[in-house]
Write a protein of this length. Structure first.
Length: 69
């Protein structure tokens, strides 16, 4: 899952991320998915939520890369 890798701190443009950051991101996304299922949210809205999380992760990655320059 690309969102977990980006949330874990790895840049899309190369660079370094940590294994622990990626593990933490996978746990967060897994908890989000499980929570949405337990709340009986329709699969359509679950996909929308995962898409929003991915867009936010890419946006934060872009801001982080831009600020590093």
């Amino acid at each position: 899952m690309i969102a977990a890798i980006i949330l874990g701190g790895t840049s899309l443009y190369g660079g370094r991320g940590s294994v622990w950051g990626t593990v933490l991101a996978v746990l967060i996304l897994g908890t989000l998915n499980n929570g949405l299922t337990l709340l009986d949210i329709s699969s359509f809205w679950q996909e929308i939520t995962r898409g929003v999380v991915l867009i936010l992760a890419v946006t934060f990655d872009q801001l982080r890369v831009r600020n590093a320059e």
